[in-house]
Structure formats: structure tokens, C-alpha cells
Design a protein around this ligand. Structure first.
Ligand SMILES: Nc1ncnc2c1ncn2[C@@H]1O[C@H](COP(=O)(O)OP(=O)(O)OP(=O)(O)O)[C@@H](O)[C@H]1O
Length: 273
């Protein structure tokens, strides 16, 4: 069953997360639309990973409500079980099982379902390997025999094992060289086009933000500010100003603007045109 037509894929309302005396989120509201690629950014420790874990039901917040694919998240294990297969997660570092081959890794979520015959699992694993642009022989290799970029693709293939409607990616291009990172970005765009995937992606990679994200959610001051690149570049918050107008941002956005045509970054407040 899919979510009601028009309902956002993810709805977060009044999310508060505290660990002891530390408040990480203090009233977050967020909606992620179907088929959108949302980038999530913020300084270290601002709660990006915790937000992802909360949305997929792994981390119970102190207060607030989350709806994922039309279902209210319960944080008691039932949501993950009910929605199994409808969302996929690529954890930092790919998090593949090192003792299993790539093919066996991709089959893990299928095995958890318990109703997929072995021959079909093998066939599906081969299909997923092709889908993420890995050569067919990658299926029989162990993670240690792959490059960093190939491992990320294998992790993505596992996240896609059960044909999810939404995937969560935690720093998918971290540690990749610029060419590998840009190829991974292209892959995400291709998958969105081909499968209509909704993508939520935590990233520090300004190139990815500029090239593939429709909107960006910034975690700042324990809250969230969401907007398009153009909207955020005009936001007066000092951290957001620095982030979207620093030298690295300028370089990334200039390249993206050249690739996609006019509409690049606006000058920072107080700067000439
Ligand atoms: N289970 C937990 N128990 C206690 N504190 C936690 C727990 N999980 C996360 N935290 C704290 O919550 C804060 C946010 O953590 P989180 O991993 O979400 O940050 P992040 O924004 O993803 O950071 P980074 O960009 O460095 O990966 C951190 O201060 C972290 O120490």
C-alpha cells in the first residue's frame, strides 16, 4: 500500500530530542515530498544522523510525531517491521557485512522477509548490482576486494534490495574522490528518474548539494531551516550565510550553475553584485 496521494513521503512535527541534559533537536518540523532529493546539512553534532534514525524508527525522540510513507512511526520496532522494504538506508561507510559477498549482502534484506526463493534472490542481487553500475562479477566479491566507491555502490544496492520508495543516505560521497563522488551523484539522479525514488541525504559535500538536491534542510540552533539553494543563500542566519557563501560553496555552486545554466548563487548580504 502506498501513502495517500499527495501526502508527503515524510512528515516530522514538533520533534524534540534530548540526551540527558543535552538538547539536540528543539522542535523540528519537516516535510519531504514524493520524488524529491533533500539534502541535510549542519555542523558536526547538530543531529543529522539522529534525525535519520528517528525518521526510520530506530531512535525514539523525547517529543514529536513522525509519519513515514503514510504510517505513524512508533519507535517500538513495529514501524520498521511494517514498512520493511518500503524504505532503504545506506549507513555511513556502507556498513556491509565483511564476511559476506556483495551478492549475499544484497540478499540480507530479502532473507529477512523470509518468502523469497534462493534462485530469485540471486537473480535480484544480480539486477541490483547492475542497477548501481557495478560489474556483474562484483556479486561474488567480498567488500574488502572493492574500492571505496564500489563499496558505496554495493551498500546502495543493498538499500535498494526490496525496491523501496524512499532511501536514506548518510554521507554517501564521504571519502570518495571528486570523480567518484560526482559519478555517485549521477547515479542518484538516474535512480530518481528511473524509479521515482524519494531521497534524503545527509552530506557535507557541497558539490552534491548544488548538483542534485531539490531542497536543503539545515540543522542550526537545534532547529531546522528548509529551502531551495536560492532561498537559503538569502537566509540571514550567520552559519547559513557562511556555509552558502564561503569560498568552497562558491566554487561548487559556480560549477553547478555552469552545468545547469543560469540561476547560480546570489551574492552574500552586504556584498556587491
Ligand atoms: N544514543 C545516544 N546517546 C547519547 N547521545 C547521543 C546518542 N546519539 C547521538 N548522540 C549525541 O547527539 C548529538 C548529535 O549526533 P549526530 O550523530 O546526529 O550528529 P551529526 O549531526 O550526524 O554529526 P556529524 O556530522 O559529526 O556526523 C551528538 O552530540 C551525539 O553525541
Amino acid at each position: 500500500m502506498t501513502a495517500v496521494d499527495g501526502e508527503p513521503t515524510i512528515v516530522v512535527r514538533g520533534l524534540v530530542t534530548r540526551f540527558g541534559t543535552q538538547t539536540v533537536h528543539d522542535g523540528l518540523d519537516l516535510e519531504v515530498r514524493r520524488g524529491e532529493i533533500l539534502g541535510v546539512v549542519g555542523g558536526s553534532g547538530t543531529g543529522k544522523t539522529v534525525l535519520l534514525r528517528t525518521v526510520i524508527g530506530l531512535q525514539r525522540p523525547t517529543e514529536g510525531e513522525v509519519r513515514l510513507l503514510g504510517e505513524r512511526v512508533a519507535w517500538d520496532g513495529s514501524t520498521t517491521a511494517r514498512l520493511a522494504g518500503r524504505f532503504g538506508m545506506l549507513f555511513q561507510e556502507g556498513a556491509l557485512f565483511s564476511a559476506l559477498t556483495v551478492g549475499q549482502n544484497i540478499e540480507v534484506p530479502m532473507r529477512e522477509r523470509g518468502d523469497v526463493p534462493k534462485a530469485l534472490m540471486d537473480e535480484l542481487a544480480r539486477l541490483k548490482v547492475g542497477l548501481v553500475g557495478l560489474p556483474p562479477d562484483a556479486c561474488g566479491k567480498y567488500p574488502s576486494q572493492l574500492s571505496g566507491g564500489m563499496r558505496k555502490r554495493a551498500g546502495l544496492a543493498r538499500a535498494l534490495a526490496l525496491d523501496p520508495e524512499v532511501v536514506f543516505l548518510d554521507e554517501p560521497t564521504a571519502g570518495l574522490d571528486p570523480i567518484g563522488a560526482s559519478a555517485f551523484d549521477e547515479l542518484i539522479l538516474d535512480l530518481r528518474r528511473a524509479l521515482g525514488l524519494t531521497v534524503v541525504m545527509v552530506t557535507h559535500d557541497l558539490d552534491s548539494l548544488a548538483r542534485i538536491c531539490d531542497r536543503i534542510a539545515v540543522l542550526v540552533d537545534k532547529r531546522i531551516v528548509v529551502g531551495t539553494m536560492a532561498e537559503l543563500t538569502a537566509d540571514p542566519h550567520p552559519w547559513i550565510q557562511e556555509y552558502f557563501h564561503g569560498p568552497r560553496a562558491r566554487a561548487a555552486f559556480d560549477i553547478a550553475a555552469r552545468a545547469t545554466g543560469p540561476g547560480g548563487i546570489a551574492p552574500a548580504a552586504g556584498e556587491g553584485g
